[in-house]
Design a protein around this ligand. Structure first.
Ligand code: C5P
Length: 314
């Protein structure tokens, strides 16, 4: 019987620009992704059978084959049948702390944890890039979740290049509990409205990369210029989500009025985050926005940037 507990951090998008369409139906992106210390805990336990079972303490998380963590285990079994034959099935227990359907890669980071955990449990010794190649088969954000930290992500989101750590920054996250946004819906809504402005798939890589505007943020990160980082936050998907859910725009405006470094919707939303330089500032901002909006459906979290991806709990 072997077991591992893994810490699986959420991510936010500091930058998300939609560059164009792709032949595989996805969108070509330029993003800057950041891990935060709001994290799920994933327990993996050999169960001495030949089945995978998922358990989760959140009623909204599927506990069957549709769970991305289950699909990660199936992928490992397909790739390493001998290890599966030797070690057998696994119980996957998810202690869910990251809000779901929130634009924070909660499902992706759970899948990344299963890949990393089974690699350890089955003594496979896979490299990070081997794990990330498998991760890309599961979802666009899963490769980033394996390594974590701060990174530029291009392609579908799976091509990564690391940036300097930004562990000194704090953030407040806010989300309406009853509001969930599907990533597929956000992208298809964006495509309907802005598809005519896309770079097309046949355009050269050089022509496409000349259109990316993330330079300001990447520069600010390189210089650890907090004010500039706040100013350069950007997310194209706000244009799809805000018209359909004006309360998300109002939330961002409420953060803006408090004088935070910067505020933005994360990924496909509807979570809004705001950046600060200290924990007390983050606590103060949370109080101000709580008072300004006073809606019992609104949840808040305070977190810190982290350079960690998936790691084994101490
Ligand atoms: O890759 P993942 O399964 O996380 O993506 C969820 C959905 O988001 C996709 O089905 C697709 O509709 C959309 N998406 C996209 N382009 C990307 C990433 C995601 O259109 N680069």
């Amino acid at each position: 019987m072997r077991s591992y507990t893994l810490i699986a951090p959420a991510k936010i998008n500091l930058y998300l620009e939609i560059l164009g369409d792709r032949q595989d139906g996805y969108h070509e992106l330029a993003m800057v992704l950041q891990s935060i210390d709001l994290a799920d805990r994933i327990d993996l336990r050999s169960n001495g059978t030949d089945v995978i079972r998922i358990h989760c303490n959140h009623p909204g998380v599927p506990q069957d084959k549709t769970n991305l963590a289950y699909r990660a285990a199936t992928l490992m079994i397909d790739q390493f049948p001998d290890a599966f034959a030797q070690y057998g099935g696994v119980e996957i227990e998810i202690d869910k702390r990251i809000p779901i359907a929130a634009g924070l890669a909660g499902g992706s980071t759970n899948a990344a944890a299963v890949l990393v955990g089974l690699d350890l449990m089955w003594n496979l010794g896979l490299t990070q890039s081997e794990l990330q190649e498998m991760a890309a088969q599961l979802g666009s954000d899963v490769p980033f979740c394996v390594a974590g930290g701060t990174a530029i992500a291009t392609g579908r989101g799976e091509k990564l290049s690391p940036l300097p750590d930004l562990d000194h920054l704090y953030l407040i996250l806010a989300k309406y509990r009853s509001l969930e946004v599907s990533t597929a819906w956000a992208y298809s809504t964006y495509r309907k409205q802005f598809g005519n402005t896309y770079a097309c798939d046949t355009e050269s890589a050089e022509a496409r990369s000349g259109k990316v505007n993330s330079g300001c943020l990447v520069n600010a990160i390189a210089h650890k210029d907090n004010a500039k980082i706040g100013e350069c936050l950007y997310n194209d998907l706000e244009k799809a989500v805000f018209p359909a859910y004006p309360q998300v725009l109002q939330l961002r405006e409420a953060f803006q009025r408090t004088g935070v470094l910067g505020t933005m919707m994360s990924g496909s939303g509807p979570t809004v985050f705001a950046l600060t330089e200290s924990l007390p500032q983050a606590q103060q901002i949370q109080k101000e926005v709580e008072n300004a909006i006073a809606n019992p459906d609104l949840d808040f979290w305070i977190a810190q940037f982290t350079s960690n991806g998936i790691r084994v709990a101490n």
